[in-house]
Write a protein that binds this ligand. Structure first.
Ligand SMILES: Cc1cc2nc3c(=O)[nH]c(=O)nc-3n(C[C@H](O)[C@H](O)[C@H](O)COP(=O)(O)OP(=O)(O)OC[C@H]3O[C@@H](n4cnc5c(N)ncnc54)[C@H](O)[C@@H]3O)c2cc1C
Length: 395
C-alpha cells in the first residue's frame, strides 16, 4: 500500500474535494514551472492570479466579500499541497491569503472589507503584510516605524524589511495592498501598535529595494519598503489605535500553522523522491534500499513526517478563526515541523548522493526552501522562548 493513500484525519467531503482539486492543479500547473521560477528568481504572477479562479485567495473569507469561507484545516491542505511542488510560490500565496487577506477579514471594518477584500480574493490585487524592519525581527514590539496623527491623516515614517510580495514583479512594482504595523502615540510609556491598510497609491510608500540572491523561496519576491512622510488617510487605520498587538499575535498563530503545513509538503515530496530513488539505484550489485544506513534515512524520515503531520492536523482542527488562542501549539507545530522538513530534505540529498546535489531531482531546491521555515514567521529560537514561557505560566 502506498503510504500516500493513508489518511488518518477523516476528512469531510469538502476537504477531500479540496485536496483532489489541489493535487491535480499542482501536477498540471505548479510543478511544470517550479524549477524554472526558482532558477530565474521570479514570482509567477499569472499562476498566482489563477488561484483566485479556484477560490483560494480568499480561502478564509466569507462569500459576502468574495471568499470561500473555509476553515484552518483547509488552509493546511492548500499549503501542504502547493509546497509539495513549489514552496517558494506557496510562500507568496501565504503572505497574500493568510497574512494580508485573513488579517483584514478578521480585524477591519465592514467598509474596509468591502473596499479591499473582493479584489484581493479574486486576484486582481496582490497583498503583503509588513511587520519586520531592518533592525527588528524577533524583538518585534521594538519596531520603529511611527505614525503621527494629524488632522485628517497619519504621517508615517519608517522602513520595513523582508516583505514577501512587497514587490510583485521584476521591475519592483509595489504590492497593491500592504497591511502595515506601526507605532502610534505611546500611552502610559507603553508602545502602542496600530495597523494600517495602505494601497499602492499612498503617497510616500515605495519599494526601497527588491531583495535578490535569496538562498531559497526564490519563486516569491521579497522587498524592503520605505515609508517617507507617507500620508495614510484616517480611514486606513484598522480597528482602534493601539489595538494591534492582538491582531499581530492571532495572525502569527495562523502563519505558524500554515508554515508548518508547508514543511509537511516539502517533507512528503522529499520522502517520495528518496524512497523511489533508493529502490531504483544499485550499488555493489544491490538496490541501495537494502543498506541499513539508507533504510535509516528513509524510515526515520517517514516516522518523523507522520508524527509532525498528526500534530499539525490536530492543531489545525482546533484552530477556530473566531476564537484563536493557540500560541503554544502554533509555536510547537512550526518548531517541530520546520526542523523535520529541513532534516528530511537533507537526508533525501544524502540518499541521492551526487544526484541529490544538483537541480534535476528537486531535493536541493526543497532543502533551500525548507531552511527559510526555521527563520520566517518566527525563528526556531523564538518558538523555544515562547513555548518555555507559556509552559511556565501553567505551573
Ligand atoms: C524570505 C523571507 C520572507 C519574509 N517575509 C516576511 C513578511 O512577509 N513580512 C514580515 O513582516 N516579515 C517577513 N520576514 C521576516 C522574518 O519574519 C524575520 O526574518 C524573522 O522574524 C527573524 O527576524 P530577523 O531576521 O530580524 O532576525 P533577528 O530577530 O535579528 O534574530 C537573529 C538571531 O538571533 C536570535 N534571537 C533573537 N532574539 C532571541 C532571543 N530572545 N532568544 C534567543 N535567540 C534570539 C534569532 O533566533 C536568530 O537566530 C521574512 C523573512 C525572510 C527571510
Amino acid at each position: 500500500m502506498s503510504f500516500a493513500k493513508i489518511d488518518l484525519f477523516q476528512p469531510t467531503e469538502e476537504h477531500k474535494l479540496l485536496r483532489e482539486m489541489l493535487v491535480q492543479f499542482v501536477k498540471d500547473k505548479v510543478e511544470p514551472q517550479a524549477a524554472e521560477f526558482d532558477k530565474k528568481e521570479e514570482f509567477n504572477l499569472k499562476l498566482f492570479k489563477s488561484l483566485g479562479d479556484l477560490g483560494l485567495l480568499g480561502l478564509s473569507v466569507s462569500e459576502e466579500f468574495g471568499g470561500s469561507n473555509m476553515d484552518a484545516l483547509s488552509a493546511v491542505i492548500v499549503h501542504e499541497e502547493l509546497s509539495y511542488s513549489d514552496p517558494g510560490f506557496c510562500l507568496a500565496y501565504l503572505a497574500h491569503s493568510m497574512l494580508c487577506v485573513h488579517n483584514i477579514y478578521m480585524n477591519a471594518s465592514h467598509e474596509q472589507k468591502k473596499k479591499y477584500l473582493p479584489k484581493l480574493c479574486s486576484g486582481e490585487w496582490v497583498g503583503a503584510m509588513a511587520m519586520s524592519e531592518p533592525h527588528v525581527g524577533t524583538d518585534i514590539l521594538g519596531l520603529k516605524t511611527k505614525a503621527e496623527k494629524k488632522e485628517d491623516h497619519y504621517l508615517i515614517n519608517g522602513r520595513k524589511m523582508w516583505i514577501t510580495n512587497g514587490a510583485i514583479d521584476e521591475k519592483g512594482t509595489l504590492a497593491d495592498v500592504v497591511l502595515l504595523y506601526s507605532q502610534t502615540e505611546s500611552k502610559n510609556n507603553k508602545v502602542q501598535l496600530s495597523t494600517f491598510i495602505l494601497d499602492n497609491k499612498c503617497k510616500g510608500l515605495s519599494v526601497g529595494q527588491k531583495i535578490q540572491d535569496k538562498m531559497g523561496m526564490r519563486a516569491s519576491n521579497t522587498a524592503e519598503l520605505v515609508l517617507d512622510k507617507c500620508i495614510a488617510p484616517l480611514n486606513t487605520l484598522v480597528g482602534d489605535e493601539g489595538s494591534s498587538i492582538i491582531h499581530m499575535m492571532r495572525n502569527l498563530e495562523l502563519e505558524r500553522l500554515t508554515l508548518a503545513a508547508m514543511s509537511l509538503g516539502i517533507a512528503k515530496r522529499c520522502l517520495d523522491i528518496m524512497n523511489r530513488y533508493a529502490q531504483e539505484r544499485e550499488a555493489f550489485g544491490k538496490s541501495i534500499s537494502s543498506f541499513g544506513q539508507i533504510q535509516k534515512y528513509i524510515a526515520d524520515s517517514f516516522a518523523e513526517y507522520w508524527a509532525c503531520r498528526t500534530y499539525v492536523y490536530n492543531v489545525a482542527r482546533q484552530l477556530d478563526f473566531n476564537k484563536q488562542g493557540q500560541r503554544l501549539h502554533s509555536d510547537g507545530v512550526k518548531l517541530v515541523a520546520s526542523t523535520m522538513a529541513k532534516k528530511v530534505a537533507d537526508r533525501a540529498i544524502q540518499v541521492l548522493g551526487g544526484y541529490g546535489y544538483v537541480a534535476e531531482y528537486n531535493v536541493e531546491r526543497l532543502y533551500r526552501d525548507a531552511k527559510l521555515l526555521e527563520i520566517g514567521g518566527g525563528t526556531i529560537e523564538a518558538h523555544q522562548k515562547n513555548i518555555t514561557k507559556d509552559l511556565s505560566r501553567n505551573l
